[in-house]
Every structure is written in structure tokens, then in C-alpha cells.
Design a protein around this ligand. Structure first.
Ligand SMILES: [Ca+2]
Ligand SMILES: [Ca+2]
Length: 233
């Protein structure tokens, strides 16, 4: 499951932090209200992809010399997906509750956790964003703990082929919202516009995910990854 990971990890796993310098800073103030009254029916989640517990993986850069540190909140255990007529729903479950504040870990301090779920909609790793598993569409949950807590979700689609600047990598983007879970919970539920992402239910695609905990000292203090898994919404 790790054979195509090396190039993917050359890009930041906290895209909001880099992209915030560009046109996406507005997104970071949106979607923080825990759902804004959006009702979520778990029965919409028709796809369940399981990931082992304790399967941490050290990416090529940004990890402590001895490898990443086990950390439950960044240990993905399942990805559940589903769609209604308008939205993709994503429920991620971790092995531990997401923290509500920065926490000490292995001599460092966790400053944020980011979960990425990407969709290689044509099952071709050379199209879309080759550096990110060939993704045509990218969904993110981002929990920043420092300097202040921001729990947010956002998405990107329409890979342009541009690598830098980061804010030009995708032609379309938007905010979540977050509709369940988050800090204090081992789950997070988000939804994203199917049309914006360019996802068509019934299409066979590859799902790839990675979850990282960033420290003050190490960008990849803890890290887990999943896939690719052939999936149909
Ligand atoms: Ca895992
Ligand atoms: Ca592709």
C-alpha cells in the first residue's frame, strides 16, 4: 500500500497553511461552527473502508530520525463514504479522540492534525495530481491546535498541472462544512459538493488517504496512510 507514496509526501500535508497565503485564507474562517444545523443521516454512508490500527508509516521527509511516533488521533481506522444527490459525505474514524488543545508527544508538541482523502476518479495515477496519487479531487479535514484551535474542512478539484505556487494547483475549491465530530471525538464527519469535486456516483475510482500529526519540531511527528482502494460511491 505504500508503493506510490514517495512523491506524494513531497507536498505539504497541511495544505491550508500553505494555501492560506494565496486565495484560500477565507476558507479557514468558514465551516467552524460544527455543522450549522445540517442534519446528517449515517445511512447515507454506503461505503466502509477499514484501515488497521497501529499501522503508522514514516514518510520520506519531516519525520523524527527514529520514525514517526504512534499517536491514536492520527491513526486512521476507517473511511466511510456516501453520496446523496448533491453531496459527498465523509466520516473518518481514528484510533483515539482528536485533541482539543496542543498535546505533548515524544518530546515534541502536536500542533495540528490533518486528514486528506483524495479521489483518483479515472484510476490513472498519471492524471490529476500525480504527486498526490493521481487525484482529481481532494477533501481535507484540518485541525489546528496552535496558535489557536481551528477545526475546518475544505476541498480542491480540477488539477491544473501547476505545482507551484500551491494556490494554483487546483482550479476549484471550497469549504466543508464540518457536520459532526471533531475535537474531543475520534470521528469527524464532513460533506463536500459532488459537483464541485467532479465526483459521479457509480464511477469506479481509487480512494487514497493519509493522516498526519504535525509537531512544533517535526512536520510528520505521526503519520498513517491508506489505499489506494478501488471504490464506487
Ligand atoms: Ca491506521
Ligand atoms: Ca487520475
Amino acid at each position: 500500500m505504500h508503493h506510490q507514496s514517495s512523491s506524494r509526501h513531497t507536498v505539504p500535508h497541511f495544505p491550508g497553511m500553505g494555501l492560506a497565503a494565496g486565495g484560500l485564507s477565507l476558507l479557514l474562517t468558514a465551516g467552524c461552527n460544527g455543522g450549522g444545523g445540517i442534519t446528517f443521516d449515517p445511512s447515507v454512508l454506503t461505503v466502509a473502508l477499514a484501515d488497521p490500527t497501529g499501522d503508522f508509516h514514516t514518510p520520506p521527509g519531516g519525520a523524527p530520525p527514529g520514525g514517526v511516533v504512534p499517536f491514536g488521533p492520527s491513526d486512521l481506522t476507517s473511511i466511510e463514504l456516501g453520496a446523496d444527490t448533491d453531496y459527498l459525505y465523509v466520516r473518518l474514524t481514528m484510533a483515539g479522540a482528536l485533541p482539543s488543545q496542543a498535546v505533548p508527544l515524544a518530546g515534541d508538541q502536536v500542533r495540528g492534525i490533518t486528514a486528506n482523502v483524495v479521489f483518483d476518479t479515472d484510476q490513472n495515477p498519471n492524471t490529476g495530481r500525480p504527486a498526490e496519487a493521481g487525484a482529481e479531487a481532494h477533501a481535507v479535514y484540518s485541525l489546528r491546535l496552535l496558535p489557536a484551535r481551528v477545526s475546518d474542512a475544505y476541498w480542491f478539484a480540477g488539477a491544473t498541472g501547476i505545482g507551484d505556487p500551491e494556490d494554483q494547483r487546483y482550479s476549484a475549491h471550497g469549504s466543508g462544512p464540518l457536520i459532526g465530530g471533531g475535537p474531543g471525538s475520534a470521528q469527524v464527519v464532513t460533506r463536500f459538493p459532488l459537483g464541485g469535486l467532479g465526483l459521479v456516483p457509480g464511477t469506479l475510482m481509487n480512494v487514497v488517504a493519509w493522516v498526519g500529526a504535525a509537531g512544533q519540531q517535526w512536520d510528520h511527528l505521526s503519520f498513517d496512510e491508506f489505499g489506494p482502494a478501488a471504490t464506487t460511491l
